[in-house]
Design a protein around this ligand. Structure first.
Ligand SMILES: [Zn+2]
Length: 125
């Protein structure tokens, strides 16, 4: 019986079939993240690009199940419950796509995807 299945494609062949912009987007990874113990987090994306987020803006943007409905995507978090000054107490890489940040208000469940953060930092107030 002949074997049926997907044609064997080498890694090179696979990459050739992925649109370039998609491939690059998947590879978003900062060179450096500076923010532990601080009220601001600096993401160094490349030699030419870096962005600074206030820790509070990151906290308000959290998409975890406590802060945003998993069903509707609607924001549950009430911004007014978050202190005016928030700092970062811990940061951990999540795979190669994001970062988990612990905040001084006790919130620890947020995961931030690099491809969603890059280029999206609001102006620091
Ligand atoms: Zn959250």
């Amino acid at each position: 019986m002949p074997r049926v299945g997907l044609p064997r494609v080498g890694l090179r062949g696979l990459l050739d079939t992925v649109p370039t912009d998609y491939y690059i987007e998947r590879m978003v990874m900062p060179l450096k993240i500076v923010g532990l113990g601080k009220e601001q987090v600096r993401f160094v994306w490349s030699m030419e690009q870096e962005e600074v987020w206030s820790a509070r803006d990151l906290r308000l943007r959290c998409t975890c199940a406590y802060c945003r409905s998993e069903v509707t995507g609607e924001k549950i978090l009430d911004d007014s419950t978050i202190p005016e000054v928030v700092s970062v107490t811990k940061m951990d890489l999540v795979g190669n796509y994001g970062i988990n940040i612990h905040f001084s208000d006790g919130h620890t469940t947020g995961i931030y995807r690099f491809r969603e953060l890059r280029g999206a930092a609001p102006a620091i107030k």
